[in-house]
Design a protein around this ligand. Structure first.
Ligand code: XBP
Ligand code: MG
Length: 239
């Protein structure tokens, strides 16, 4: 028998909200402002998403598509571009234009009503998460999550389990007392490598991701109730 479910751990990008188009456009605007000849269309961005973390994603792109710029100056360029990209992204999502995915706010409310603890485990920057949560909820969102572990807390990005380990330590819980919600292959691998059971609903950019290892894959979160998650958790058979 598993432990009693104590906490839900939410991924952010693709899970709480469909944010990746906003990320992509912020990257492109930062590149244009820096007069770089880089443009990430949706197809290319879909491939680049295999690398989690914005700075890591820019570096992987340069290595594959513009290797002449892979010089000692690249670190500084990436830092400047990423800072500007974060400013652009946070300004956009803080305006409330990127809502939660259908069902997410209800699920969070059900969990809060039943006293489940809530956490965030993400590879994105803290400022992005706060802006998104507050933008999507009109201000209250970030306070709903007792623990948030973001890029600054876990430099090794998903699929590395570090961000989940940080969350577990801060919650003071064991992996099997929690259930993670993810949208991607990297997310599932990170949760499972930390020993955390995970359910998935793929997002726009992760429709083709191999999410084997998930306890269950849902077409969306709209029909997922907390009762369903608790039933699934109670009956789970993870090695
Ligand atoms: C998704 C990501 C992030 C964002 C960009 O993370 O891979 O890198 O695309 O964010 P998750 P930054 O699904 O784990 O939340 O530019 O701030 O890195
Ligand atoms: Mg995600």
């Amino acid at each position: 028998m598993p432990d009693a479910l104590k906490a839900l751990i939410f991924d952010v990008d693709g899970t709480l909200a469909e944010t990746e188009e906003a990320h992509r456009q912020a990257f492109n605007r930062a590149f244009a402002e820096a007069r770089l000849p880089w443009q990430w269309d949706a197809a290319l961005y879909g491939e680049l998403l295999q690398v989690s973390g914005g700075k890591e994603r820019i570096r992987a792109f340069v290595q594959d598509h513009d290797p002449a710029r892979d010089t000692p100056a690249l670190d500084g360029l990436i830092a400047r571009l990423h800072k500007r990209k974060t400013e652009l992204y946070t300004a956009f999502v803080a305006g409330g234009d990127v809502p939660f995915r259908p069902g997410v706010a209800r699920l969070i409310n059900e969990a809060r009503a039943l006293g489940l603890r809530l956490a965030v485990a993400t590879t994105t920057t803290t400022a992005n998460v706060t802006a998104l949560l507050d933008g999507a909820t009109g201000g209250a969102g970030h306070a709903w999550f007792e623990v948030m572990a973001c890029a600054e807390d876990a430099p090794a990005k998903k699929p590395d389990p570090l961000v989940y380990k940080v969350v577990l330590e801060r919650l003071g819980l064991r992996p099997h007392q929690c259930l993670a919600l993810e949208d991607s292959r990297n997310g599932v691998r990170a949760a499972r490598a930390a020993g955390v059971p995970v359910v998935v609903s793929r997002s726009a950019y992760t429709q083709d991701d191999d999410v084997s290892g998930a306890l269950r894959v849902y077409p969306d979160f709209e029909t997922v109730t907390l009762e369903e998650l608790r039933r699934l958790y109670a009956g789970m058979r993870y090695a």
